[in-house]
Design a protein around this ligand. Structure first.
Ligand SMILES: *Cc1c(COP(=O)(O)O)cnc(C)c1O
Length: 365
């Protein structure tokens, strides 16, 4: 058998430790997972109540076009129905974009570290990946623009950026779009859009009117709390969507996921509550960091990247013994950091207490 050469050096996605695995290993009965930026408050109670009723006609293929969810999302964000493409998570929209635009001889420009799936999918398509290091947690947009040439097909911008949480302001993004050549598709990944509270935030949907080469990604996995159902979408110009459509599997989003997303979108009260709690708990966590001399990036998302006086792995291992799963920054290319999803108030108080103990023992050494 002969697979693509590039795959020889690639590893499958390594998920964070599983809850049951950690429970068993440390003899704990409760584990709090703060590793994947999932919603600690779950998902809309309306979806919970209605979901059992959605489980019918499972022998029938889903509506591949997603007519109802398409109509609902189009109305909700204020675009035409032919400006949307749905995916099995926005992850899949990333894959569809790469399948469509990337091939050997082409290149794609992105930050590093950022969401790893841009790079992963681009490599599989045989494209050259041009990674431009973050500067103090921010995209080096000037550096990224300088990397664009005739062979560049896609420019990836993640705002707020995963794993640093910082966002790109309106004026800056505007200027980047002005200076990006027309032959480059600019993909703005807004997986944490609902959490953005900065008043200089960019209105990407409005900008679609001015930039035909712009595409925006959103998801139901984060604030909407539906990560387990897998549904996200891309918004772009009708011509771009048309170019992408043949690369999409015909039945890529399930009947249940579409129906749940429809209900979730109607329950904006749940989103407001989620965002509100996140803001409060984030503030408290930042205060904790300030009190303990820990630096962090000014996040606009539901996670915080914290700099530590020890390695990220060491803090990760310690917190695991206390029943908390977080992300060590070592694997993300950010040594001596952890990325912490902002959880429920009680859990945050507990993890802060645990971190305090660990920091005290690091101080003594
Ligand atoms: C979580 C995440 C996604 C993917 O979400 P899906 O579950 O595939 O919709 C995309 N981009 C970023 C930056 C993320 O953090």
């Amino acid at each position: 058998m002969k697979a693509k050469d590039i795959l020889k050096n690639m590893k499958p996605y390594k998920p964070g430790k599983g809850i049951e695995e950690v429970k068993k290993e440390f003899g704990l009965d409760r584990i709090v997972k703060l590793a994947s930026n999932e919603n600690p408050f779950g998902f809309s109670p309306v979806v919970e109540k209605e979901l059992p009723k959605l489980i019918s006609n499972l022998e029938i293929y889903p509506d591949g076009y997603g007519a109802e969810i398409r109509k609902k999302v189009a109305r909700f964000i204020g675009v035409e129905e032919n400006q949307l493409i749905f995916g099995n998570g926005s992850d899949e929209v990333v894959q569809i974009i790469c399948r469509t635009f990337l091939e050997p001889g082409a290149n794609t420009v992105m930050a590093t570290p950022t969401f790893p799936q841009y790079r992963h999918n681009a490599l599989i398509e045989g494209a050259e990946v041009r990674e431009v290091p973050l500067v103090d947690g921010h995209h080096d947009l000037e550096g990224m623009l300088q990397n664009i040439d005739e062979q560049t097909r896609v420019l990836w911008i993640c705002t707020p950026n995963n794993p640093t949480g910082v966002h790109i302001d309106l004026t800056t993004l505007q200027s980047v779009l002005e200076r990006t050549p027309d032959h480059v598709l600019v993909v703005i990944d807004e997986a944490y859009y609902e959490y953005l509270e900065a008043d200089d935030a960019f209105d990407s949907i409005e900008a679609l009117n001015r930039y035909p080469n712009l595409m925006v990604l959103r998801t139901f996995s984060k604030a909407y709390g539906l990560a387990g159902l897998r549904i996200g979408y891309g918004v772009g110009h009708p011509e771009v969507i048309q170019i992408l459509e043949p690369s999409r599997e015909p039945f890529n989003t399930s009947t249940v996921a579409q129906a749940a997303a429809l209900l979730a979108l109607d329950d904006q009260k749940f989103i407001e509550e989620t965002v509100d709690e996140n803001r409060k708990n984030k503030k408290a966590l930042m205060q904790f960091c300030d009190d303990h001399g820990l630096k962090y990036f000014d996040t606009q998302a539901n996670f915080l990247l914290i700099h530590l006086p020890c390695s990220g792995d060491e803090m990760f291992e310690y917190l695991l013994t206390k029943g908390f799963i977080v992300r060590s920054g070592e694997a993300l290319g950010l040594p001596n950091t952890i990325r912490l999803t902002i959880g429920k108030k009680e859990d945050m108080q507990e993890i802060q207490e645990a971190m305090k103990q660990k920091l005290a023992s690091v101080d003594e050494q």
